[in-house]
Design a protein around this ligand. Structure first.
Ligand code: NDP
Length: 477
């Protein structure tokens, strides 16, 4: 038998992806460095479809129909290069290597270039949805050549998640690293979403005085409205969970130090390189890093803060409504920033990414899936050249309606000493964008003073410098 697709790397992701292909009627060649994984996959799940187990790289490649489609699901970084080096010499021009790992897009660009010279299509592909998504339908973000998408697209469409309207959550994102870039920003937005939800939770607990179980109910209610999303849904699950051993709310027995694997950090690093302000995503990454500084936090516990005072019952309910407004408005801002980064990456690398199509494929399967993404898609469909999500009439109106509550929530947070870096950064971004004048004019003056860096004037073209150390007259540069 010849297999239409092959998967090498059969840990949780690869094994589930292989099963997904098989369950959809494809013959799947499977391979793993450690042969026992291949064997156990076929033993446990062989009945789900047609698998061809390959022990060696040669067997694996020989099992594939041509042009070959070879999915690599191994640890990102060096292992991916090692696997490519193992397989590339066995392939022929026109064959495809699909890297479904969490690769850095710069690595993907390099690998694509090197393999293109050898006639092999390299398809760097973002895959989101975790283990369950890989099995039941992930959101898939493939980059690479148009030809490779023509060959692969129909298969990916079949195994991908479907949005509520039935559309497959996969699109050809763009050439070389475009798919992994978009996956990276997806993860950055995911960090921001999680941070904002965390701040909402902390406010409901510390300012409104609700218990985790009550807060779970509030999130359940929010999940029936415009915040309807996977992350809000699982937040309610986590908050209502009670630890069996101690009888305490689960959230109170978990060490409050958040970990990270790096894609959020990459999103911020690349945003800095591209000059895109992603302050909300950056605050989310910093909040995780701050939480992990145990010694620093221990040393700071004695620092003084305001006296806490919880709200009364009726005030608490009204406050919860305000927090919903603040969360929603902040979410609009973090997506605005994330899409700005994708637009900037697309511009820098000539990817021609369709932002509406990206929001459409995030509607299902991935971690940030949400009703909200349908509205982002609608915004880009209505105006493909939209300079920013905040320029969309609907989002602008919603923020306008939310802003009083948003500001009140931040006042309460500040007064009570509850850290809300995500909400605050989002509001600062919004206020900075709409400000008629920014203190950047003063910054320019300072730069000109100490470094003769020059400035532009509001009333005349050209660059100018003031002779600060002399008679303070202005010279044209
Ligand atoms: P891991 O990232 O834990 O990687 C384990 C797999 O990589 C095993 O099959 C292992 O083979 C193989 N491997 C490691 N080093 C080498 C090497 N030098 N040569 C050959 N094979 C090697 O597995 P996951 O399934 O968690 O993830 C796979 C990829 O998918 C990663 O890039 C990950 O970032 C990405 N991803 C993961 C998600 C998740 O939710 N887990 C979600 C989305 C993407 P062996 O069995 O022989 O050790």
């Amino acid at each position: 038998t010849s297999a239409q697709i092959g998967v090498t790397g059969l840990a949780v992701m690869g094994r589930n992806l292989a099963r997904n292909f098989a369950r959809n009627g494809y013959t799947v060649a499977v391979h793993n460095r450690t042969v026992s994984r291949t064997k156990s996959l076929v033993e446990e799940f062989g009945h789900e479809g047609d698998f061809v187990a390959a022990e060696t790289a040669e067997e694996f490649v020989a099992a594939l129909e041509r042009p070959r489609r070879l999915v690599v699901m191994v640890k990102a970084g060096r292992p991916t290069d090692a696997v490519i080096e193992e397989f590339a010499p066995l392939l022929e021009p026109g064959d495809m290597i699909i890297d479904g790992g969490n690769a850095h897009f710069a690595d993907t660009r390099r690998r694509e270039r090197e393999l293109r010279e050898r006639g092999i299509h390299f398809v760097g592909t973002g895959i989101s949805g975790g283990e369950e998504g890989a099995l039941h339908g992930p959101s898939i973000m493939p980059g690479g050549s148009k030809e490779s998408y023509e060959s692969l697209g129909p298969m990916l469409e079949k195994i991908s998640a479907k949005a509520a309207d039935g559309a497959p959550c996969v699109t050809h994102v763009g050439p070389d690293g475009a798919g992994h870039f978009v996956k990276m920003v997806h993860n950055g937005i995911e960090y921001a979403d999680m941070q904002l939800i965390g701040e909402a939770y902390q406010l409901l607990r510390d300012v409104a005085g609700y218990t985790p179980a009550q807060i779970a109910d509030i999130f359940r209610t929010w999940n029936t409205g415009r915040l309807d999303s996977y992350l809000i849904e699982i937040t309610a699950e986590v908050l209502s969970h009670v630890d069996e051993a101690s009888g305490k709310p689960f959230v109170d027995v978990v060490v409050d130090q958040a970990e990270q694997k790096g894609t959020g950090r990459w999103t911020v690093q690349i945003a800095l390189d591209l000059g895109v302000p992603v302050s909300g995503i950056a605050e989310a990454v910093f909040a995780r890093s701050l939480s992990g500084h145990a010694a620093l936090r221990d040393a700071s516990r004695g620092l003084s803060g305001p006296k806490p005072s919880a709200l009364g019952e009726s005030e608490a309910a009204a406050f919860a409504d305000r927090v919903e407004q603040a969360l929603y408005a902040s979410k609009i801002v973090s997506y605005t920033q994330g899409f700005h980064e994708i637009a900037a990456g697309s511009e820098e690398y000539d990817w021609d990414i369709d932002l509406g199509a990206v929001s459409a494929i995030w509607r299902g399967g991935c971690i940030i899936r949400a009703a909200f993404l349908d509205r982002i898609r609608a915004a880009y469909d209505a105006q493909p050249g939209l300079p920013s999500l905040l320029s969309d009439e609907t989002f602008a109106r919603e923020i306008a309606e939310a802003q009083d509550d948003w500001r009140e929530v931040l006042v309460a947070a500040t007064r009570q000493g509850v850290p809300t870096p995500g909400f605050a950064a989002a509001l600062a971004y919004y206020d900075a964008l709409r400000a008629p004048r920014l203190p950047a004019a003063l910054t320019q003056g300072q730069r000109d003073f100490f470094g003769a860096h020059t400035y532009r004037r509001v009333d005349r073209d050209g660059s100018f410098h003031t002779l600060w150390g002399g008679d303070r007259s202005e010279v044209s540069e």
